[in-house]
Design a protein around this ligand. Structure first.
Ligand code: C2E
Ligand code: MG
Ligand code: MG
Ligand code: MG
Length: 289
């Protein structure tokens, strides 16, 4: 009987796996169609200089504007966040054309803002698959050339995963990008086991402190000490430090008192459509903090 039960459980498990695989394939097919139908859109989240409260850059964050059937059978529009589709885009390789679209779209938008005398920078996130794809360095160079955006105002964000899969090749590609004049940032710094080692392998211009540190600032002594250490490390290395996920005024105050240069988070501004950014801080208005 035990065996029967076990077998039954195995069947349920297999059916579950099957459903999951089918679900993933369906999602990948929908993503491909969505790219052709131009259903992707970008939101931008302001990054501020914590001392002056001036917006120094925006981070481009991809969203999928998807039409779905609601409960009552009517069409409803949903804005999907990356966590719902980036994994599938990476698995299917679709992240390569999607990432290229993100890069072109964001560079063009920020070039327009800069043409209107607004001195603003741009950060774009990269996945491993993108960096290791053939012609990636050319893709970045093309996006810069077409938009007229100067290389030095573009920051490419990578997380540690990028340096784990094929470190030699990834470092090679990222160094080539840096030679183009583009800035490099390590995203989610402090979360990986080898954050410090990677600073040796790769020359970066910016470190983004993971939100999990910012969340427990002040409340957890160890976390506060670690955050302060990362801020000092950045200062000693001459690397810009950006704290991510600032939601409460106490966190902002703590970061300021530590001398953390830049910050980003819901307290400062949420990610928003380009028009929202223009309305809020377009032309260089600061954010009262
Ligand atoms: P990330 O690069 O670390 O981006 C920051 C994420 O934190 C964004 O989530 C942003 O909305 C969120 N966030 C900002 N401030 C706060 C805050 O105060 N509190 C909280 N709870 N969250 C905050 P989002 O837009 O959902 O993006 C998630 C991740 O998806 C990004 O993490 C990035 O790794 C990836 N991603 C986004 N856009 C792209 C893209 O165009 N290409 C690639 N390859 N990955 C992307
Ligand atoms: Mg990022
Ligand atoms: Mg990231
Ligand atoms: Mg991050």
């Amino acid at each position: 009987r035990a065996k029967e039960q076990g077998g039954g459980r195995l069947e349920v498990y297999a059916a579950d796996m099957h459903a999951q695989v089918v679900g993933r394939l369906e999602l990948q097919a929908r993503l491909r169609q969505a790219l052709a139908d131009r259903e992707f859109t970008l939101e931008y989240q302001p990054v501020v200089d914590l001392e002056s409260s001036q917006v120094t850059a925006v981070e481009a964050l991809v969203r999928w504007r998807r039409t779905e059937e609601g409960d009552d059978g009517e069409a409803v529009e949903r804005l999907l966040l990356p966590e719902e589709f980036i994994g599938a885009a990476e698995e299917s390789g679709l992240i390569v054309p999607l990432g290229e679209w993100v890069l072109r779209e964001a560079c063009a938008k920020v070039a327009l803002w800069r043409a209107a005398e607004w001195d603003i920078g741009l950060s774009v996130n990269l996945s491993v698959r993108q960096i290791l794809s053939s012609r990636f360095v050319e893709t970045v160079a093309d996006a810069l050339e077409e938009s007229g955006l100067p290389a030095r105002v573009l920051t490419l964000e990578v997380d540690e995963e990028v340096l784990l899969e094929d470190p030699g090749e990834a470092v090679e590609r990222l160094s080539a990008l840096r030679r183009l004049g583009v800035r490099l940032a390590i995203d989610d710094f402090g979360m990986g086991y080898a954050s410090l080692a990677h600073l040796r392998e790769l020359r970066v211009d910016e470190i983004k402190i993971d939100p999990s540190f910012v969340r427990d600032l002040g409340a957890d002594g160890t976390v506060t000490l670690l955050t302060h250490t990362i801020v000092r490390l950045g200062q000693d290395l001459g690397v810009q430090v950006v704290a991510e996920g600032i939601e409460r005024p106490e966190q902002l105050e703590k970061l300021r008192s530590m001398g953390c240069g830049h910050g980003q988070g819901f307290l400062v501004a949420r990610p928003m459509a380009a028009e929202g950014v223009e309305a809020l801080v377009g032309g260089g208005a600061g954010i009262p903090l």
